[in-house]
Design a protein around this ligand. Structure first.
Ligand SMILES: [Zn+2]
Length: 501
């Protein structure tokens, strides 16, 4: 069986997830559900990135140990994913014992290869941020470098640290990024290439002195240091599938791994990650799928900016996880930022889910029950509509295979639109025996329902049950293959919401 391994970034659980996190996670879930439907053996991984200074400090502030705090937050994240019907196969936490062990062993392996060395680090440091700032990151006030967050002068500091020889991988990275179609869309690969060519590669500090950051995985041969969170976090993608523990499982899933990321972590997921993998003698990932931001008030949603839209607000407004998932995927964009605009999203919800698909299901359900007692036997359907349905199906498969979920969702609704048109044209309610028309309409509903399944799993299953068919691989769900429909219910799926004036 073909394997499909898909990952989200692991999230920093200093605060609960919001719609920005849902955007990424629902996208991965939609692709995972699509691939399962297509018959793949899918492994969908998400989880939390639990080490590091920020977590150490948030926990401290709340009077908890970092472990207590991250235990609670892991449950919070899982509950949110459940509320959106996100069906992951594994939830990784970087405090999981197997993960810590893998990170520690991988660190030693790279060290023994001579690709990690100890040296002095010098730079400008903000005591309040506990972070180094490089030129371009800090602001100058009266000619002196200041912290952009605290407006305080930066201090010159020197300390010993461990470096990863990132600069050794320049030729390798240029080759991989130029010649292999890993980063998708391609423009992001160009962006990374031009940054490498312009700025070069500097070795990366991958340890922190324990007196500053103690909440992390210790450097295996030097207890005065913990491993830098990014090195720790990136390795989740391989520790979760048995790297160094279960070779067979690891090779099987790694061969078709797809990382889903936001564009802000592109550098780490290409330059840094591909180099670490190479240092471990592992091939680069099959695909890194990059998306632009879901913005609010013009910038990326973030708690500190205060422009966050909550998952609860979305669920309250649109009434079901299916609706929230659908509208998020309809505005999903890999190339350009999408401004989250309730007016736009309301109109997508109303016109596509309520007026088109929902209305079709309701009308056809009521008609079938009234005219034929819900039982509709197989008929040949008109070749014109049959061709149109098959074209939509092919376009949908093409979109989904290219991760274009917004187009896929639209095409599924187009199928329902064809059903409504057909109803309006043939007026089965005026006929004594409208079996042929009803069978045709039910076929459009079946196809739309199957194509919508990755987006709206719960409602697709509900409609399938009410009308007597199964959600199955769309390539195997041939038209005219259902011997008899049995419509037992005409559900109202999506209630229209009143638009803002
Ligand atoms: Zn600062």
């Amino acid at each position: 069986m073909n394997v499909f391994y898909i990952t989200t970034p692991i999230y920093y659980p200093n605060a609960p997830p919001h719609v920005g996190h849902a955007y990424t996670t629902v996208f991965a879930d939609t692709l995972a559900r699509y691939k399962r439907l297509m018959g793949y053996n899918v492994l969908f991984l998400t989880g939390n990135d639990e080490h590091g200074l920020k977590i150490q400090k948030v926990a401290e502030k709340q009077g908890k140990t970092p472990k207590e705090f991250t235990d609670e937050m892991a449950e919070v994240f899982k509950n949110y994913w459940r509320s959106l019907d996100v069906n992951y196969d594994h939830f990784i936490r970087t405090t999981d014992e197997y993960h810590e062990k893998t990170v520690s062993e991988a660190f030693s392996y790279i060290y023994k290869k001579g690709l990690i060395y100890k040296a002095k680090y010098a730079g400008l440091y903000c005591v309040d941020c506990e972070k180094y700032y490089s030129p371009g990151e800090y602001v100058e006030i009266e000619g002196k470098p200041h912290c952009p967050l605290h407006n305080k002068p930066l201090e010159y500091m020197e300390e010993e640290t461990y470096y990863f020889k990132l600069s050794d991988f320049k030729d390798y990275l240029l080759d991989v990024l130029n010649n292999r179609e890993i980063v998708y869309p391609r423009s992001y690969a160009e962006e990374v290439l031009s940054k490498i060519n312009k700025e070069g590669l500097r070795d990366l500090s991958i340890a922190r002195p324990v007196e500053r950051v103690w909440w992390g995985i210790p450097v295996p041969f030097d207890k005065n240091y913990v491993i830098y969170v990014w090195f720790d976090a990136l390795l989740n993608y391989i520790s979760a599938i048995g790297y160094l523990n279960d070779n067979e499982k690891f090779s099987k899933y790694w061969s078709n791994v797809h990382h889903v990321i936001g564009k802000d972590i592109l550098w780490f997921h290409t330059v840094v990650w591909f180099s670490i993998l190479k240092a471990l003698d592992i091939d680069p990932p099959r695909k890194v799928i990059v998306h632009a931001f879901l913005t609010s008030k013009g910038t990326k949603m973030s708690k500190s900016v205060g422009n966050v839209i909550s998952i609860e607000e979305m669920l309250d407004r649109y009434g079901s996880p299916d609706a929230v998932r659908y509208v998020l995927m309809r505005i999903f964009n890999m190339d350009k930022d999408s401004e989250f605009d309730f007016e736009l999203v309301d109109s997508i919800y109303n016109s596509e889910l309520a007026d088109t698909y929902g209305n079709l299901v309701r009308r056809a359900g009521v008609l079938a029950q009234k005219k034929t007692d819900g039982k509709i036997y197989r008929r040949n359907i008109d070749s014109k509509i049959k061709d149109e349905l098959e074209n939509k199906l092919n376009a949908y498969i093409d979109a989904m295979e290219n991760f274009e979920v917004a187009r896929g969702a639209s095409l599924a609704i187009d199928v329902a639109r064809l059903g409504n048109q057909y109803l309006n044209e043939t007026k089965p309610w005026e006929k004594k025996d409208p079996s042929k028309e009803l069978y045709t309409v039910l076929e459009t509903i079946r196809l739309a329902t199957i194509l919508l399944y990755p987006f709206t799993p719960r409602i697709s299953n509900l409609v399938a049950k009410a009308f007597g068919f199964t959600v199955e691989n769309p390539l195997k769900a041939t038209l005219e293959s259902i011997e008899r429909y049995n419509v037992t219910n005409a559900p109202i799926l999506y209630k229209k919401i009143s638009l803002k004036k």
